[in-house]
Design a protein around this ligand. Structure first.
Ligand code: AAL
Length: 433
């Protein structure tokens, strides 16, 4: 009896243990099946050490975007830089009375150990009266700062002290294109010759908008003499197209064996909605510097930036977008020179930036970037009645060959006066807004 009941108990226990094991096996199986299928993974948290590549885990939109930039940390980003500024020596501005102005510099080029720079120079009897009074402009009274101008050039050994050499391309006689003003040049070196592209005005700027096609002149030497090579080299868009009446800031680089001429047009603007303007940059491509230039079908290729600043970078092209547009104050990069993506956001960026790019025309396929250039300040005067612009130098580290941590710091500290100078209207006019 005892033996029987022992056996019975043992049998029962064995059965119970076996069932427990079977049951727990089933559970394990079920658990592992559900891990593979539907049970949410263990919650992963973004790591403390910055990953060099996008981690394989759910990310917020902002965290996801971090890995779309050249590097997730801005300080490591070759297309991020601070900008530092130096006053130029060698240019006289007539005591700042508004009658002499220099603006819209070309990118400097280095030829036989000397830098050459081309720019808009105005030397008029009186300061500009403003484009809203363009119909009062005369042969001696400029409407805008870039009205009644010529293209001058200067040379330098260090990029800071300049010697003004004289006029490179002056206004031709009426009615040739540019008789009223020639402005905003940039330079191309192509097959041993030099080409200047510039805005050619036949009327005071402001009359029908900032209306000017682009002309070109060429020379065997950077100091000229310059021969007129053609007008309207970038055709205006047809009526109703974004660039129907502006092709500004022409800036050429040599890329993939061809001349890539970037230009800007302000649109959505004239004649009646000046304050609603937008900017776009177009790309026009040619194999002959005198044209024909063919516009890229995806124009505008940039939708931000008041001027054009393009340079070869790695296998593609980099650009700086200044002042205008949703993507203002960004560096952008396009692997194909056409489809630009934001590479970094910058502060205190140079206006009308024209960096020295040693490989702007060499088509190396491995652009090294830039570390200095020229820019302008259009508010050099204390009073708008004597408005004029000055040229200046900026330094930066947007170069693959420079590694200067002082340009990669993220803080730019301005004195309170800089902010208080941007006072709301009522502070300036206590009587009311
Ligand atoms: C500049 C440039 C073009 C415009 C005017 C002079 O900053 O965009 O050159 O026409 O302003």
């Amino acid at each position: 009896m005892q033996v029987h009941s022992f056996l019975k108990r043992s049998t029962l226990s064995l059965f119970a243990v076996a069932s427990l094991i079977a049951c727990s096996d089933q559970k394990t199986e079920a658990k592992s099946a559900s891990t593979e299928d539907s049970t949410p993974k263990e919650h992963q948290v973004f790591p403390h050490k910055m990953p060099s590549e996008k981690p394989d885990m759910p990310l917020s939109a902002a965290a996801e975007r971090m890995f779309n930039y050249p590097t997730p940390r801005v300080q490591d980003n070759e297309l991020f830089s601070q900008f530092k500024y130096t006053e130029l020596k060698g240019f006289d501005y007539n005591n700042g009375d508004g009658t002499v102005s220099r603006r819209d510099p070309s990118r400097p080029i280095l030829v036989d150990g000397k830098y050459y720079l081309y720019y808009t120079k105005r030397d008029t009897k009186v300061p500009p009266i403003g484009w809203d009074r363009a119909n009062e402009a005369t042969d001696e009274i400029p409407s805008t700062d870039w009205d009644l101008c010529d293209i001058w050039y200067a040379t330098s050994e260090d990029g800071t002290t300049w010697k003004e050499e004289g006029i490179a391309v002056g206004r031709p006689e009426k009615p040739k294109a540019g008789w009223r003003s020639v402005a905003t040049p940039d330079i191309l070196i192509w097959k041993g010759k030099y080409y200047l592209y510039y805005q050619a005005f036949n009327e005071p700027s402001g009359l029908r908008g900032d209306w000017c096609p682009v002309s070109v002149s060429y020379a065997d030497s950077p100091s000229g003499p310059w021969t007129h090579g053609g007008d309207s080299v970038i055709p205006f868009g047809k009526k109703g197209e974004w660039d129907q009446d502006a092709t500004h800031d022409p800036q050429p680089i040599v890329y993939k064996g061809k001349i890539h001429l970037y230009y800007k047009a302000a649109y959505n603007k004239w004649p009646d909605i000046r304050d609603k303007y937008a900017v776009g940059h177009g790309l026009a491509i040619a194999t002959d510097p005198l044209g024909p230039f063919e516009k890229h079908p995806l124009n505008p290729v940039m939708t931000s930036g008041h001027e054009t600043t393009y340079f070869p970078f790695k296998e593609g092209v980099a650009t700086l977008a200044i002042k205008d547009g949703n993507e203002r104050y960004t560096m952008q990069y396009a692997k194909d020179g056409v489809n630009f993506e934001i590479a970094s956001v910058v502060s205190l960026a140079p206006t009308a930036a024209a960096p020295f790019a040693a490989d702007a025309f060499t088509d190396s396929g491995d652009g090294r970037g830039v570390s200095w250039g020229l820019c302008h300040f259009t508010n050099a005067s204390n009073t708008p009645k004597k408005g004029y612009s000055i040229l200046a130098r900026f330094d930066c580290d947007l170069s693959l060959d420079v590694d200067d941590p002082s340009y990669k710091k993220t803080g730019v500290w301005h004195k309170p006066e800089v902010y208080f100078a941007q006072a709301p209207k009522q502070n300036k006019n206590p009587e009311g807004r």
